[in-house]
Design a protein around this ligand. Structure first.
Ligand SMILES: CC(C)(COP(=O)(O)OP(=O)(O)OC[C@H]1O[C@@H](n2cnc3c(N)ncnc32)[C@H](O)[C@@H]1OP(=O)(O)O)[C@@H](O)C(=O)NCCC(=O)NCCS
Length: 157
């Protein structure tokens, strides 16, 4: 990516842009209310990516995860269709994994649709491994969910 990227914590003012990306990214988008609820939840972390200063802010993508009891749970990740394949998801996910690790997480978990080739390739490139399936997990298509996990390596002493 030639344009410098900035990743920061989301606030209330980011929800409209996040929700717009959500609606064009998923067959069954989360409600706007779900994003507001995540903002108010103590275990939840929302990161947004956009152009670095001095360019004016635009929201290009977001990542939502929880850190609970030494585990990171990745709940949502999407990049605006016009900004895909520029390494934005890779940078957001790297930032989220680093943050979760700093907060004490030892392992990350997520679910992905078997039909979601781009996301599966992304997670695969980070070393996520398939550890199980949740049959009929997705209400809309009744697809199974693939359960992926990544164990964080110990920091060198
Ligand atoms: C999946 C998604 C988040 C990837 O975002 P992105 O910013 O385009 O991804 P990046 O440019 O950072 O790509 C990182 C890696 O992911 C993989 N990847 C991303 N898009 C891909 C595609 N269309 N086909 C194949 N591999 C792809 C590649 O391994 C890529 O590395 P490379 O560019 O060096 O080959 C984006 O396609 C998206 O928002 N999809 C809709 C929402 C969604 O499915 N979210 C995930 C839910 S689990």
């Amino acid at each position: 990516m030639t344009q410098e990227l900035s990743v920061r914590r989301a606030g209330l003012a980011d929800i409209t842009a996040i929700w717009a990306i959500e609606q064009v990214s998923f067959p069954t988008p989360w409600s706007r209310w779900s994003f507001l609820a995540e903002l108010g939840h103590g275990n939840s972390h929302i990161l947004v990516a956009g152009p670095a200063p001095p360019l004016p802010w635009q929201t290009w993508g977001y990542l939502i995860f929880w850190v609970v009891a030494e585990e990171m749970h990745i709940l949502n990740l999407a990049i605006h269709p016009e900004y895909r394949r520029r390494g934005i998801a890779r940078q957001l996910l790297s930032a989220g994994l680093a943050q979760a690790r700093e907060l004490g997480a030892l392992v990350a978990w997520l679910e992905v649709r078997p039909s979601n080739g781009p996301a599966r390739a992304l997670y695969d490139s980070f070393g996520f491994k398939e550890v199980g399936r949740r049959p009929g997990y997705y209400d809309d298509t009744h697809e199974d969910a693939i359960l992926l996990t990544l164990e964080f390596e110990e920091e060198p002493h």
